[in-house]
Design a protein around this ligand. Sequence first.
Ligand code: SF4
Length: 385
Amino acid sequence: MTAISLGIPTVPTRLAERRKSRQIQVGSVAVGGDAPVSVQSMTTTRTSDIGATLQQIAELTASGCQIVRVACPTQDDADALATIARKSQIPVIADIHFQPKYVFAAIDAGCAAVRVNPGNIKQFDDKVKEIAKAAGDARVPIRIGVNAGSLDARLLKKYGKATPEALVESALWEASLFEEHGFRDIKISVKHNDPVVMVEAYRQLAAQCDYPLHLGVTEAGPAFQGTIKSAVAFGALLSQGIGDTIRVSLSAPPAEEIKVGIQILESLNLRQRRLEIVSCPSCGRAQVDVYKLAEEVTAGLDGMTVPLRVAVMGCVVNGPGEAREADLGVASGNGKGQIFVKGEVIKTVPESKIVETLIEEALKIAEQMEKDGVESGEPTIAVAG
Ligand code: SF4
């Protein structure tokens, strides 16, 4: 049937169709296929310190983390896995380097998945058959986590450095070894600290296999730089439908990684938008302190889960227009704020009452949204200032 255009402009909801990947199950979380893109992080505690690790996992869970990875460099860490996997509320992935024996320990411990780095596990290729058998029997997926910093020596020699081609060849070679044993419960990552190389590697990988892909810019740096690098790289890939699960790597507390990851997905409309503050950058025309106003409104609405869009605008140039487009907004000027709800001016209040009025109205709208069972925000394009 041919669609008939009624001349009504439409707003795109997604930038691209998701790449069709095979779906795997990481504990309770489906990864790949039509499952939503999930957000992961990794603990920074010693895994052998069970209490501290579980405490950090609880904090990550509260911040929205869906899958957590824990390092397993020693026997004490391996011994702690069973308790951690049992008590964690989200699936636990054991991260294994160097020692293949910990792969088996992690599977026995009930971890939801195991990440292996073929580049630095001794005689890894010789162990694939046993690992595939153990993982297959336990229905535990394997993440083949290739990393630019620990690329297989053979490929490093062949390519001279960790090029996209080298990362992809390493990953697909390892995957093929598992496939030989009929094991395909695999997801793959090919991380690099340079977003350009990383994006190209994932593009090539996506074209050459149907495994779900775990996105990451490795060693992305401190919070500011790492956030930018990750947002740019994930944005480039997710906007093409590539990526099934993400991890933002920051030299910062892990919960920060989750905040950034969630925000990236919300920005691309790959996850339900929650509170969205549209505030102008302010300029010489501003008649109120926009930064302060935006901060106070954001703080006052912290924790809101409905997809409410609030516009905080500094003057009457774009203010009324933006405020009208939002669920709720204020356009300020002359010591007053015009308050808009769903496009209509409902009142004008003195500047000193703007914040409390916005919060009051936001709570009313949120309550109504909850009653109406609103689950997702309309995609919005904010142009301010
Ligand atoms: S709405 Fe635009 S013009 Fe007005 S203060 Fe903000 S940035 Fe400046």
